[in-house]
Design a protein. Sequence first.
Length: 557
Amino acid sequence: MSDAVPSHFIRDIILEDIKSGKHDGRVQTRFPPEPNGYLHVGHAKSITINFGLAEEFGGLCNLRFDDTNPSKEEVEYVDSIIEDVRWLGGDFGDRMFYASDYFEQIYQWAEQLIQKGLAYVCDLTGEQVRETRGTPTEPGTESPYRSRSVEENLDLFRRMRAGEFPDGTRALRAKIDMASPNFNFRDPVMYRILHAHHHRTGDKWCIYPMYDFAHGQSDSIERITHSICTLEFEDHRPLYDWYIQQLGIYPPRQIEFDRLSITYTLLSKRKLLTLVQDKHVSGWNDPRMPTISGMRRRGYSPEAISNFCKRIGVSKTNGTTELQLLEYYVREDLNKHALRVMAVLDPLKVVIDNYPEGQVEHMAAVNHPEDESAGTRTVPFSKVLYIEQDDFREVPPPKYFRLSPGREVRLRYGYFITCTSVVKDAAGKVVEVHCTYDPATSGGNAPDGRKVKSTIHWVSAEHAVDAEVRIYETLFAKEDPNDVPEGADFTVNLNPKSLDVQRAKVEPSLRGAAAGSRYQFERLGYFAVDADSTLAVPVFNRTVALRDAWAKIEAKA
């Protein structure tokens, strides 16, 4: 695939704005997450766009928390978002803000709209408001409280702020047009009563602005030039602009782009929260989750995620991206940077009958075949080894070139060995393979020039470290997890085989490997050290598999 990053319409808008001198040539973006859950890969796309464009054009990007709904927001989410943005390379410097920083100013603007006769206090319940909004072909019904005087509205709104009324009994609504074809203009709610403790402002406020009212004004306060958001906010843009115009304040420009959707993946914080709360996963950072913290724990690198987000492009049309494309960029990055090691996930004992008892050799092994600076290490070699069960067949199928009776293969960094016999258990399963080795083939080369068709990996049984390996598949069994039978919810599509925990044998260099370290287990895939790892039992998550041509051949056999 080409490394060239395609241009897109948002970038073209910014180029034109700079050329025309709009905003005095400034570029100021922002990433505005609501702290009601952990960030997922869809947010990574927004982070890449907002911070990337600011960096490209010498501008700045703010991190601003949309903390206007304290009933769903937690400090844990704030902390996780800060960590994730920084991990992905988002440089917000000292520009970390909160919508709650602006609550007093936003409240004063609400009073300003009341004084202009453009907002009123409504006593309808939330359900009644929904019932009177009308349909796409019929106008809504005006609230009976729409004609309240400016003085009465100001009095009621101030009493709402003072905490005189229970939750849900009153709301401040904009007075626009109940017949507008855009439902967002049908007297939208600006403030609701919510007696909830806020993680930053405590109990100072019991009324909170709605997103549509707080968002544009927050952008204006920060003098954002390009307010970039996903397509579901396109119909909200006219309202965003209406508030700005009526208040006569600095006008940012809202621009919408396509929302990320990936096969076999859910990108809804509400549904991801359900998975966590109902314990379908171990937490927000479960390596099967599409959260940034889950991907980090699984072994994805920030560069891989960023490269994926850049290459999928930016458009005005929602679509679905294949999960395999994300895995391609993960694999591409790990191939460049992950050190190579040997591990055996499904051990089969191999005894080299003619190898001296008690002898141990230390074989030189390359840490990265394409990076000399990665250096080398040594791996112990002894009489008894472990190889993969799949690397031996007593009766080999066609085109099988790995170890089988009478066949010679190469041990990676070791010797040529030939299978001479097997030992079986009572059920007839091969549990031990006996071989001979050719001492002249040290280092994996035969002095007489003879060739073998297969090289297999191994670990020394005496020196191997027992490890736990977690093999992950997709969390959902369907390409579209939301495609469910009538009456069912998305959890019916959970994949019961999404996690397989195995006991493995790994080379001794992996004892004590730091959490987060990434490796290629030769011939098996890319793995990362999990946070659960200990010195006694290292734990590895499979990040992504290698391409395995043999798996396709065997499947057809």
